[in-house]
Write a protein that binds this ligand. Structure first.
Ligand code: UGA
Length: 469
């Protein structure tokens, strides 16, 4: 059993296929390495010269457990190679995977220009009939439109068709997720093509075969549902706090219902990263343009937008003011297990604290951020030295081991906000800290829990059968 793939070293035997992967970013590099592990011959095209040079030296430009091992192994088996030459990479290739970015435009819809350019270049370079497989997350209709767009660009006699095969990998667990998928989704409007793409994966993996627009929507709807789930968990956590209920027991109890499931019910500072926020706004925009407003998705987005201000407000009310206060922020990555800080709630919080007049000193085990006014240090104890408050903003496991007595000794204040729920509260309280959290720790507001039910009971008057003493 391999630690990162969760599979034996001898994957199921597959018909080896020559694949061209376009884009060695997070999705492309993972796909390239994992498909070569499955036995395919993968040529990966990367146009960024610095990234290509790094890859050719065997350096992995992203932090992803297990990826370096696979890249090194298959660079030496010869099943994985990197180039910037599309013509040689596409030579005699029947499957090309488009793994380029689809960043959000200012109106919330994805920018598909990189995808169109990559598809056109691949179609022009194709020497035989080819399936262009879209791995990037795209709005329904994109694959069909792409096929029309590249239609006239291939050389005579070469047919270019487009298939949707969305990626469901999580950053920080991408290799594991690739080899242990909940499903492989293949959207193709012709059965022969669906077979070719499905045949790249082991036959025992769960497969959903559907139309292209359905496959595209599976991805959008999945990420939107995860976003809704997190926003709902945050709403329940806020309610628990106000009512004095135990958030972990409440959400734990809810998640035990098999119809609901316990995953993605951890409250926090709101969801971030380069996928959930982008795909949620993409889903909303698609629904809007289809004349079917996505009210649930919109509410999840609004709730997420409010989560950060509410967190900053809580820290401010715990300290009285943020003006001139020194705050240690532990964690900058958008979640634990990655060095990615794109749309990171932790970074957004740092900005908000700076805006409200605080001095911020931050630590992250691997992520680096350049932000005016932010000083970043290499050790969490250095970050807390002389600080008025400590905020844990990314759930790195190593923050669990922080020693309460040492923190108390180093800090000048006694406020801790654990926004991601990784710290044990009791020992910190015992060490003299005021500990806050999301749905746990000290509450900043209370609701009149008993009053309303009592009022209703009193409305009922004297119950029959109850005797006055
Ligand atoms: C997400 C999906 O989980 C993947 O299935 C999908 O393939 C990927 O987007 C993508 O579209 O490429 P990822 O963005 O790597 O993966 O991160 P997640 O683990 O989903 O976390 C997203 C955000 O939600 C993070 O900010 C995380 O802290 C937050 N989160 C997650 C919570 O606040 N609570 C939870 O219970 C779970």
């Amino acid at each position: 059993m391999n630690f990162h793939t969760g599979r034996s070293q001898d994957p199921e035997k597959l018909e080896p296929t020559r694949i061209c992967v376009i884009g060695a970013g997070y999705v492309g590099l993972t796909a390239a390495a994992c498909f070569s592990e499955l036995g395919h011959e993968v040529r990966c095209v990367e146009v960024d010269a610095a990234r290509l040079a790094a890859l050719s030296r065997g350096e992995i430009p992203i932090y992803e457990p297990g990826l370096d091992e696979l890249v090194t192994r298959h660079a030496s088996t010869g099943r994985l190679s990197f180039t910037d030459d599309m013509a040689s990479a596409m030579d005699d290739v029947a499957v090309a995977m488009l793994c380029v970015g689809t960043p959000p435009r200012s109106d919330g819809e994805p920018d598909l220009r990189q995808l169109a350019r990559a598809a056109a270049t691949a179609a022009t370079a194709a020497t035989r009939d080819v399936a262009l497989v879209v791995k990037s997350t795209v709005p329904p209709g994109t694959c069909e439109a792409l096929e029309l767009f590249v239609g006239g660009q291939a050389r005579d006699g070469v047919r270019v068709r487009v298939v949707s095969n969305p990626e469901f990998l999580r950053e920080g667990r991408a290799v594991w997720d690739f080899f242990n998928p909940d499903r492989v989704v293949v959207g193709a409007d012709e059965t022969d093509l669906a077979r070719v793409v499905a045949g790249l994966y082991p036959p025992s993996w769960p497969l959903v075969e559907c139309s292209r627009r359905s496959a595209e929507l599976v991805k959008y709807a999945s990420n939107t549902f995860l976003a809704v789930k997190i926003s709902f968990a945050n709403e329940v956590a806020a309610l628990c706090e106000a009512l004095g209920a135990e958030t972990d027991k409440v959400l734990g109890g809810v998640g035990l219902d098999a119809r609901i499931g316990g995953a993605f019910l951890n409250p926090g500072p709101g969801f971030g990263g380069s996928c959930l926020p982008k795909d949620l706004s993409g889903f909303i925009a698609v629904a809007e343009s289809a004349g079917r407003p996505a009210e649930v998705a919109r509410a999840a987005q609004r709730a997420n937008d409010m989560a950060l201000a509410s967190l900053a407000g809580k820290i401010e009310s715990a300290l009285g003011t943020l003006e001139g206060r020194t705050i240690a922020v532990l964690g900058l990555a958008f979640k634990a297990g990655t060095d990615d800080t794109r749309f990171s709630p932790a970074v957004a919080l740092v900005r908000e604290l700076l805006l409200r007049g605080a001095h911020v000193r931050a630590h992250d085990p691997i992520a680096r951020v350049s932000e005016a006014g932010l000083s970043q240090v290499a050790d969490p104890y250095e970050a807390v030295h002389g600080a008025d408050a400590l905020v844990v903003a990314t759930g790195w496991a190593e923050y669990r081991d922080l020693e309460p007595a040492r923190l108390r000794h180093s800090m000048s204040g006694h406020v801790i906000m654990d926004a991601v729920g990784v710290l044990a509260m009791e020992p910190l309280r015992d060490a003299g800290f005021d500990v806050y959290g999301i749905g746990r720790g000290l509450a900043t507001s209370f609701a009149p829990v008993l009053w309303r039910p009592l009022e209703w009971m009193l409305d009922a008057g004297q119950p029959s059968g109850v005797q006055n003493p």
